[in-house]
Design a protein around this ligand. Sequence first.
Ligand code: GLC
Length: 406
Amino acid sequence: MSEGVNRDREYWIAKCKALMESNRVEVRGHRYTRPAPSTYEHQWLWDSCFHAIILRHFAFDMARDELLSLVAHQVKGGPDAGMIPHMAYWNGGGAELWGYDDRSIITQPPLIATAAMLVYEKTNDKTLLEQLYEPLAAYHQWFDRRRDPDNDGLVSIIHPWESGWDASPRWDKPMGLSANPSDEESRLARKNLVAKLIEYECDAQKLAEAGYFHVEAADFNLIRINDLEWLGEISRIIGKPNYGWGEMAAETYYAMEEKMQHDGRMFDLDGNQETRIDVPSAAEFVALLGRDDDLVSRLNDSHNWPTYPIPTTPLNGGLFNGDHYWRGNVWLNVNWLIWSALRHSRYNPYDAIARELTDRSLTLVDKHGFHEYFNPITGKGHGSFPHSWSAIVLDMLLTELGEQIG
Ligand code: GLC
């Protein structure tokens, strides 16, 4: 354990509980946690998954409500039936951008089954799994139907917002941006792309043919593999038909190996040609689950492991900017994903690195507060405050403490 880290269970539960309660929203019989006051009043998909994983430690009912409110905006009809939108506007306000007042028209990394199983692990209550199973089945079938035009098992995202890594250098080229674009330039490009999505009715194939953003992202696909595997487990627990989740996961896994993994790296693939996007990022570590040792040794080098790991863009290579949105900051939800990948690695126990990551993440929050994102060298907090998913450090700590006691 690193020196001087506060690993006191009650201290962290109290801190995180206060944060989550301060961001709680109740609307028409539903409850969710907003990511942060004023900037982020609506409900976001992967945020709510992280919120449920935090809430499972001290507020079971709220963890359940968080996931149920998330699937409440699932698309019911039309070509995108089954999609779960990345944003739900519970009080309206989406129409100007999306053409729908209550939801967006794109999704975000699918980890709802994963979150549901982590909640179940604490509650042992099958009801939530029963309520979520068919919506989640429809959601993953939607991916298969609408987001895998070349039928190779790898699903595509059609907007950087779907990755959750809005302004990452990973997307500069696929977005047609200059090298090191200004915040304004990249923001405008993302906004303009929404108009194209509406024009092309979010048809991934047509968007790819027309040369718009169409990326098979490594971390996104790995997150989906996990979710599919958990969906299989849910079907077993509640005795519902398994629609082939294991086979779908395996197909994606092998396609990642075939097409994305190369020379110890894991690449996102751009467009119809599936060109490798040669931009190193922490997404490669998210995608390392059960794979290559090279990735772990790179994780251990100083460009990826400054005072506060893990910068989303490594310090070397000329693309790093620790103070600019998604261009090299620490995001604690990404840390959680990497921590989880390290712990679940099939072949090697990387628990010591995982524990060190927990300690550094706890220290970061303890010293600087629950910011949306941080400079990995100075720890300076940026973005919205207080940001709910930064409480995910609680899950890292309590999971480790639980193991020590057990
Ligand atoms: C930002 C992040 C995105 C997150 C949202 C709400 O847009 O880039 O990943 O879901 O904020 O926290």
